[in-house]
Design a protein around this ligand. Structure first.
Ligand code: NDP
Length: 379
């Protein structure tokens, strides 16, 4: 079965190594916790209001520093851990990380008052507390989840590239290196603009349940790079040299295009939320629909589709599916299928929340002005 799936090499650890793989996430999550508490970071007011004070919650932004340090420790093998370890131990780490996420969720959910969600299984999945923070806001659980998950996403991609190079040397697939380079860039960019993340769905709406805790730590940290589980064990595709360059150039352009849409839309919304009258990039005058004291942005990226940022992510996922050059291999497409399904359901969930916040009438006005949900002209 594993052979047919092409991932038997990921189950080749000895008993002791398998146990170490299982425990790796626990050790990492402790180190990330210490890093998050100890390392300095910029203190900023966020977007979400603290119900106790009525003022914006305070956050410490240290993601870029934690990420840079983690890259150095991994690249120089400062802990003695081989660079390909995260990749070779990935399935065991997913199992171990899931157990840790399960325990953390039990603590995060059942230490809190019952609130609206009475059913304990639903509460476990969705969570009860909107935020949990400790040590005078030096440690915010949501920010921690994203720093740990995002850093591991990049390290898992890089680790797979290290494994691939050691196994195939001169016969390596350049697509694997493009994938690792892009994922590292994607996460560096995420942390560079960490403050913008304070204005996104998970910070605004999600509660601390298994969906968010496991989703950020394990799905984001280990499983977003799932295509590489199958792809790192394959040599370069049999494509002639000029076509390899065309494929790499074309998919790099696709990744860049997807990233530009996603980053552009997120930045436009962030600019609008912080400075409602400011032109985006000094060029695009914001147009909006007023809904009481709230404003629905409806031009630029937010005029192309109601969640155009999600289209950027789907284009990135398409680039990922194509860049390996193994077009008929299902592993290459896992991320694309996941991301497309995720963004379609996520857009619907967010729209329900927005109808509550902005009112059905004003949202219908927005829907009439901006007809498409994610893909202009299609959906
Ligand atoms: P958004 O950043 O789009 O945040 C949604 C919130 O933005 C809404 O609840 C609403 O909150 C506000 N908003 C939505 N439309 C408008 C509008 N027209 N005018 C003004 N405010 C509006 O969603 P995400 O957090 O999901 O996505 C952020 C980025 O992260 C995207 O690029 C996404 O693709 C990416 N991503 C996110 C994932 C996730 O798990 N969330 C997973 C994978 C990628 P309010 O009105 O309260 O400000």
């Amino acid at each position: 079965m594993l052979e047919r799936l092409g991932i038997e090499h990921l189950f080749a650890l000895s008993g002791t190594e398998a146990l170490l793989g299982f425990l790796t996430p626990l050790a990492l999550f402790v180190v990330f916790f210490l890093a998050q508490v100890i390392l300095p970071g910029r203190r900023v007011p966020g977007y979400v209001t603290d119900p106790a004070t009525g003022k914006p919650r305070a956050y410490k932004l240290s993601g870029i520093l934690v990420f840079a340090l983690a890259l150095v420790v991994w690249a120089l093998e400062l802990t003695g851990m081989p660079r390909d370890w995260f990749y070779r131990s990935a399935p065991y780490a997913v199992a171990g990380g899931t157990v840790v996420a399960f325990v953390l969720t039990i603590i995060a959910v059942f230490s809190q008052p019952r609130g609206e969600v009475k059913n304990p299984i639903a509460a476990f999945w969705l969570g009860r507390a909107q935020e949990l923070s400790f040590f005078n806001n030096r440690f915010d659980v949501k920010m921690y989840l994203y720093v740990a998950g995002g850093t591991m996403l990049a390290l898992n991609a890089l680790s797979a590239a290290a494994y691939h190079y050691e196994r195939f040397g001169a016969d390596s697939n350049p697509g694997v290196f493009l994938f690792a380079a892009f994922m590292t860039f994607y996460i560096a960019d995420y942390f560079f603009f960490e403050r913008v993340q304070l204005y996104t769905y998970d910070l605004i709406h999600e509660k601390l349940g298994f969906k968010l805790i496991w989703g950020a730590l394990v799905i984001w940290g280990w499983l977003y790079v799932l295509p590489i589980w199958g792809m790192a064990a394959l040599p370069r595709p049999e494509i002639s040299s000029p076509w390899t360059y065309i494929l790499l150039g074309g998919t790099a352009a696709l990744l860049w295009f997807g990233w530009s849409i996603s980053r552009g839309a997120n930045m436009q919304k962030y600019t609008f939320k912080r400075w409602p009258d400011r032109k985006f990039l000094g060029l695009i005058e914001p147009e909006y629909i007023a809904a009481g004291d709230r404003k629905i942005l409806c031009n630029g990226f937010w005029g192309a589709a109601r969640h155009f940022n999600y289209m950027g992510e789907v284009i990135i996922a398409l680039g990922v599916a194509l860049l390996f050059g193994h077009f008929a291999n299902p592993w290459a497409w896992v991320y694309f299928v996941y991301m497309t399904t995720y963004e379609i359901t996520h857009q619907r969930d967010d729209e329900k929340e927005c109808i509550k916040k902005y009112g059905a009438e004003k949202w219908a006005e927005y829907q009439a002005k901006v007809k498409y949900r994610i893909f202009p002209g299609i959906y």
